[in-house]
Design a protein around this ligand. Structure first.
Ligand code: ADP
Ligand code: MG
Length: 244
């Protein structure tokens, strides 16, 4: 399982996260909601090992299957099974989607080599699954992609790279309702099939109707202010975050 205890994170000398506890088991979907600036993206970035964020180590724990993540580089964390999608994915001109995915796959799964032809099939299937045409595999990553296409590309990475735990930062923002359904269904399917654990950062209940989280947490001013099931989402939709 993914185990976070007493996580404090600072950036630019500012305390952002002030004691986060989370336990995510394989196959569980946890949603994190919360007002702008609460620290949701900081949580995602710091867990992946972004050097702009510093942990306070006193009594803190961050483990995947009993392996301490704090000491690992981002690529070692990825190899341990962690995946983080970007809220604002970057373009990489001159690196094709296929080349990027192939390189990442080889680095993450050295013990499971796949032939190029077979790998291309997997990428094609994953593209089609999120509603992108197969010729996207030859395009530069995110170069000239629309906002929605970039979000879909994050999910293609998830489908191809098959991490144990994925943190998805606002993958539903800026998506139309049909795209949203397609993406949510693709994630729900892989969660079930691979027993992937998901931490889904979102502002909207819509995606949660498709993805059906086991737990919903509200992050407020760097702390988890409430945790419950879908009932909490209904409450937030009705009353906002003020009363949480
Ligand atoms: P959320 O994703 O919940 O909207 P963020 O984690 O992006 O919130 O931001 C939380 C707070 O941390 C905000 O006040 C933001 O300005 C601040 N913050 C995040 N990253 C940095 C940074 N690199 N430098 C300075 N402040 C930052
Ligand atoms: Mg954010």
């Amino acid at each position: 399982m993914l185990n976070i205890q007493n996580l404090h994170v600072t950036t630019e000398g500012k305390d952002i996260l002030k004691g986060i506890n989370l336990l995510i088991k394989p196959g569980e979907v946890h949603a994190i909601m919360g007002p702008n600036g609460a620290g949701k993206t900081t949580l995602a970035m710091s867990l992946m090992g972004n050097p702009n964020y510093q942990f306070k180590m006193q009594n803190a724990k961050f483990k995947i299957n009993d392996k301490n993540m704090f000491k690992l580089t981002p690529e070692e964390r990825a190899r341990a099974g962690l995946f983080v999608s970007f809220q604002h994915p970057v373009s990489v001109i001159g690196v094709s989607v296929l080349a990027f995915l192939r390189t990442a796959y080889k680095a993450l799964h050295p013990q499971k080599p796949i032939k190029l032809s077979e790998f291309k099939e997997t990428v094609k299937k994953s593209l089609l699954q999120v509603g992108l045409p197969e010729d996207f595999m030859q395009r530069s990553i995110n170069e000239g992609f629309s906002g929605g296409e970039k979000k879909r590309m994050e999910i293609v990475q998830l489908l191809v790279l098959k991490p144990r735990y994925a943190i998805l930062d606002e993958i539903d923002s800026g998506l139309d309702i049909d795209s949203l359904r397609i993406i949510a269904k693709a994630v729900a399917k892989i969660v079930k099939k691979q027993k992937m654990g998901i931490l889904l950062i979102t502002h909207y209940q819509r995606i949660l109707h498709y993805l059906k989280p086991d737990f919903v947490h509200v992050l407020k001013e760097g702390k988890i202010a409430a945790s419950d099931g879908m009932a909490l989402v209904t409450k937030i939709e009705r009353k906002g975050y003020a009363t949480i």
